[in-house]
Design a protein around this ligand. Structure first.
Ligand code: ATP
Ligand code: HMH
Length: 272
């Protein structure tokens, strides 16, 4: 079907899993895009049964419906930026990489989701190599947390020197820009490292907030970055603005569930 040549509302695509409790995965991506006045389309890879205590079950969708979701979106929408989240296993990582090679959805943000907060595996161990060989070479930005970064480089990150070394090694795997998130670090401060394509880097530092209501922080961070890119922001501004939004969603907490509760995604809209 021919696409009409009219200016389209900013649209992003999220390729990830659904969280039955609503706070992480595709659910977090959609509400984050909404809060940024950006439209979100979805390719559902996985369905999870989880809540704020942990993940009880996961299931991956069959290849045919995944391929059709990509084709349907490509035939009609004007996606400006795309993000990947929970991809499940090697086969699904391969399918997503093949689709991202085939279709132009703009800048690609790879959030290499591996293990949920409670410890449940959201990616099989053998799929980590496929992320490295197939997805990272396509990535405009990759956003591992500390544990995911360690799994990508096979060494421990325990100081700023090893943090920078890890980011450089991940960049050498093909990702243009690298954001290593420090939420899992020890101590009272969180330090995220953003290594840019030109070799410059930024440290995004903040106090660690004493809360366990952090379900979906990684997804929300990446979804805010993608949304900002879709509205025309440059990469560095997109990351800094996303971090500010994320901090607000953690600070202005809402009480939902009894464990690692979700974020307050409309925090910024309150204008406090
Ligand atoms: N307690 C906290 N206080 C302040 N900032 C936090 C806290 N927890 C997480 N963050 C912020 O959230 C970002 C992402 O957190 P983290 O490193 O835990 O990512 P993640 O493991 O991918 O998240 P997810 O739980 O969604 O998988 C961190 O870089 C940090 O900015
Ligand atoms: C579906 C899904 N994706 C990602 C995460 C990690 O936050 C999660 N807990 N659930």
């Amino acid at each position: 079907m021919p696409k009409q040549n009219i200016t389209q509302f900013p649209q992003i695509l999220t390729i990830a899993g659904i969280d039955s409790s609503g706070g992480a995965g595709i659910n977090a991506d959609i509400v984050t895009a909404f809060a940024h006045q950006v439209y979100a389309a979805t390719v559902v890879i996985a369905i999870t049964a989880q809540n704020t205590y942990g993940v009880q079950a996961t299931d991956l969708l069959p290849p045919t419906i995944i391929e059709q979701q990509f084709a349907s979106i490509n035939d009609d929408l004007a996606i400006r930026a795309v993000k990947t989240g929970m991809l499940g296993d090697k086969l699904h990582v391969e399918m997503v990489a093949t689709a991202l090679e085939k279709y132009d959805f703009g800048p690609i943000i790879v959030d290499p989701v591996m293990i949920a907060k409670g410890g449940a595996r959201l990616l099989t161990a053998d799929a980590i190599m496929t992320i490295k060989t197939r997805l990272l070479p396509l990535a405009t930005l990759v956003t591992p947390n500390l544990l995911e970064a360690e799994a990508l480089v096979n060494f421990k990150i325990n100081n700023e020197q090893t943090l920078i070394a890890a980011a450089k090694e991940i960049q050498q795997l093909g990702a243009q820009n690298v954001l290593i998130k420090g939420g899992h670090g020890q101590g009272h401060h969180v330090k995220d490292l953003l290594l840019l394509a030109n070799g410059q880097y930024h440290i995004l530092a903040n106090n660690k907030l004493a809360t366990q209501r952090t379900h979906g922080t990684g997804d929300t961070y990446a979804a805010a970055i993608v949304s900002n890119l879709a509205t025309g922001m440059g990469l560095v501004d997109a990351v800094f603005a996303a971090k500010e939004y994320l901090m607000n969603t953690i600070k202005k907490t809402i009480i939902v569930g009894h464990g690692h509760g979700p974020l307050n995604h409309w925090a910024q809209a309150e204008g406090e």
